[in-house]
Design a protein around this ligand. Structure first.
Ligand code: ACM
Ligand code: ZN
Length: 768
């Protein structure tokens, strides 16, 4: 085996490379996602003809089955069986490799995949698949009679055992064939868990033979909310909506998943998010009221009552679910269960007394423990959302941490396994771009780069505790996702980034690694197109950033893709080629875009810079913004750029969770100040609450202090709350400004996010 100049070791340099050897002038670019742990490209090519043959260890039936089908459908090649030495492609077993590990060796004669397990062999096959022409993804596409592949050696294994994608089929229902495609797509990316959110307030989606009204009644709602939950007034479409998977459908999907080495984690929500079930069987609730299947989004107060009927129901349901799904885990939900009905229910209160549970959290903990005991007795383990920590964790539960990473930290420190799906990095129902033309989404902001930069192992964990991190998962909640096209738009390309986080491992050098990742994503889009995936493409948006050096502002423009020209217009001037940082000395507007072959590609970036008296100041904070919402750093508050009007997660807004914030702005020299202006975000659905008031303390040139307090009006949901503080009465020039922002505090009952700490989101502080 002779490595040449064009051999590369992944991690040191870009994976997508081209190299030429003297005898052949083939393009040897290798585009693999997720990136393998080790890849060496050798001199020379391998010729794959349509007479290709296969030798596969019988045990590797999943891998060989996939490969045969792929060659047949994609290139009309029937892989005939032959001997180990005569075969074009070999799938062979070696016990010296780890579970899920594989090696792929392509030399002049053969393609050899070595693995210890079917799963490892399957991943070797997925890598081989990505080396084959993208048009093989389309059934019956005609292909050249021979394909040239680079000679190479890959040694590869996953970083995390749990590599997941989730899909909510309750808020919107997606057909069986789409579910299979979704599973196939995640398998291509070497992900191995499909978390199927089958039940919720707005629709029950799995046939349960013992409770037929779940499918005749609970699977349908009378109508659906139009627009955003926060729109006022709320409007409805007046159309009955629903659907469900029969047990036959589920068996078919489970078999399909098995053939793709994917384990399905079914989720049956309890005690909250159960209004659809209670609607069909009112005796499951605390109030016995007749209630409809929920027609709008949000969190319902109708939760399961821990009575005999409910436990009979759940045990029947779980028995049928356990029989259908062969995986180790059943997800039992546990999130967002408002306790108001339990507080007013004599049965619930009696249970709390009898079992000395203390309060309703104790009752929820008791409820989950009862269910866990039943599930364990039937040979399975439970996973629950991080609320199952409240009131005490069930003894064997795995925790899925979604409200940040705190749940994961607490659970792992208690010795429990955890899966990371924090809203900040894993909620693919959030916006992925800050352009106003993006299709309506729930809120938030989670661009591709942020997913790519995710590290599923929280810093707070020791090495031993970190072993409890099984992996991570991207979540797709579908309140605002009505169609399969839209699911794909939200999933791709963010799923590519998540697959790399969980397979290859978190990136160590985020900026450089990200560029190398993008250099693979761009050509990979061809494969997504061949697969007819309706992916989102924001690769061609120019990124702009303010830099402050020696008291002088500069605006820099960058692109993550190569081979394009950045063009910009400053203050509506004619377009020019960007060659370096643009000096900013007064208010300015910039438009920037990418050109390829003389034509604009992608959207135009439009930026407005406000050159106010704070931009040359220095700033300090009493605390640091939350990890997930502090990308711009403290300087984002005085860099002349305001945050997005609709995406609080951009680099310009800073988010703080559950604490008071004090911001100190030191003006370089005593300055006449008239006013301070800023904005707070108020999106109660995401637990973001504008503060009730803010206080500004001025330190004057003469050393004296002056304090101004401003009360903020109670803001409507999902609005920006602008606040201007006039300080014209200051008798002297100002040296320093201190802004005190009290947290809204713990969110009270009756409001969205009740019981949780609230967030503060603050924008640019404009000093005039
Ligand atoms: C969740 O997003 N309620 C788990
Ligand atoms: Zn009750």
């Amino acid at each position: 085996m002779r490595a040449t100049l064009c051999s590369i070791l992944i991690g040191l340099t870009f994976l997508a490379i081209s190299c030429e050897s003297t005898s052949e002038t083939e393009n040897k670019s290798v585009v693999l996602i997720p990136k393998p742990q080790e890849l060496v490209i050798h001199d020379g090519m391998f010729l794959l003809s349509n007479e290709a043959t296969l030798f596969a260890t019988p045990e590797f039936d999943t891998a060989s089955g996939f490969l045969r089908k792929y060659f047949q459908q994609g290139a009309n090649i029937t892989l005939e069986n032959t001997t180990r030495n005569a075969a074009t492609i070999v799938l062979q077993k070696s016990d010296s490799l780890a579970e899920e590990e594989y090696e792929l060796q392509i030399d002049g004669k053969q393609i050899v995949i070595t693995a210890a397990t079917n799963a490892g062999a399957f991943y070797g096959v997925q890598t081989l698949r990505q080396l084959l022409p993208a048009n093989w993804e389309q059934p019956n596409s005609s292909t050249a009679s021979a394909i040239r592949l680079p000679q190479l050696h890959i040694k590869d294994s996953p970083t995390f055992p749990y590599r997941g994608m989730h899909l909510d089929v309750s808020r919107h229902f997606f057909p069986k064939e789409f579910i299979k495609q979704y599973i196939a797509h995640l398998a291509m990316l070497k992900m191995n868990r499909f978390h199927w959110h089958l039940t919720d307030d707005q629709g029950w989606r799995i046939e349960i033979k013992a409770y037929p009204k779940l499918t005749t009644h609970a699977a349908f709602r009378n109508e659906t909310l139009l627009g955003h939950y926060n729109d006022s007034p709320q409007q409805y479409d007046g159309k009955r909506y629903g659907g469900f998977y029969s047990q036959e459908d589920i068996k078919e999907i489970v078999a399909f998943a098995k053939a793709h080495n994917v384990t399905i984690i079914p989720e049956i929500e309890m005690p909250g998010h159960s209004q659809a079930a209670i609607s069909a069987y009112p005796e499951l609730g605390c109030t016995n009221e007749t209630i409809p299947v929920l027609t709008k989004w949000g969190v319902s107060e109708h939760i399961l009552c821990p009575n005999k009927e409910t436990f009979d129901f759940l045990k029947s349901v779980l028995t049928e679910v356990i029989a259908l799904f062969p995986g180790e885990y059943i997800h039992i939900g546990g999130d967002e269960a408002p306790k108001i009905q339990w507080e007013n229910c004599s049965h619930c209160q009696q249970l709390i007394k009898t079992h000395k549970l203390g309060d309703e959290h104790g009752l929820q903990s008791w409820f989950i423990k009862e269910i866990e005991a039943f599930v364990n007795k039937n040979g399975k383990q439970i996973i629950g959302w991080d609320e199952i920590l409240e009131g005490g964790l069930a003894p064997n539960a795995t925790v899925m941490s979604w409200r940040g990473t705190e749940g994961a930290v607490t659970a792992a420190k208690q010795g429990h396994d955890v899966i990371l799906t924090p809203t900040s990095h894993a909620y693919f129902d959030y916006y992925q771009d800050d352009h106003p033309d993006e299709p309506l989404a729930i809120g938030g902001y989670l661009p591709l780069q942020k997913v790519y930069g995710f590290n599923p192992v929280p810093d707070e964990l020791s090495e031993t505790e970190a072993k409890h991190v099984l992996g991570a998962q991207g979540n797709i909640w579908t309140e605002y996702i009505k169609t399969t096209d839209q699911v794909e738009y939200m999933a791709f390309p963010r799923m590519l980034a998540m697959s790399e986080v969980v397979w290859t491992g978190p990136s160590k050098n985020k900026e450089e690694d990200y560029l190398e990742f993008i250099a693979r994503v761009e050509p990979f889009l061809t494969r997504l197109e061949a697969l007819d995936i309706n992916y989102a493409n924001h690769l061609y948006t120019v990124e702009g950033e303010i830099e402050k050096r020696d008291g002088q502002l500069h605006y820099t423009l960058t692109t993550t893709t190569s081979g394009k020209t950045i063009k910009y217009k400053l203050n509506n001037s004619s377009a020019q080629i960007y060659e370096g940082p643009i000096a900013i000395e007064k208010d300015a507007s910039i438009e920037a875009y990418l050109e390829k072959d003389g034509k604009q590609i992608g959207r135009t970036l439009t930026e407005t810079i406000t050159y106010h008296k704070g931009v040359t100041a220095s700033i300090s904070l009493n605390t640091t913004p939350h990890d997930a919402y502090g990308a711009g750093g403290k300087n984002a508050l005085i860099n002349g750029i305001s945050g997005s009007d609709s995406r609080y997660g951009d680099k310009e807004w800073l988010g703080f969770w559950g604490e008071d914030v004090r911001i100190t702005i030191d003006l370089e020299r005593p300055t006449n100040i008239r006013s301070l202006k800023t904005r707070f975000y108020n999106a109660n659905g995401q637990w973001i609450y504008a503060p009730p008031y803010i206080t500004v303390r001025l330190t004057l040139e003469n050393g004296s202090m002056q304090t101004v307090s401003t009360r903020l009006d109670v803001a409507p949901e999902n609005t920006l709350v602008p606040v201007t503080i006039n300080v014209e009465k200051a008798p002297a020039k100002v040296r320093q400004l201190q802004i005190e922002i009290p947290s809204y505090g713990l969110i009270p009952q009756g409001k969205q996010g009740a019981g949780n700490a609230s967030w503060i989101f603050i924008d640019e502080i404009i000093v005039r």
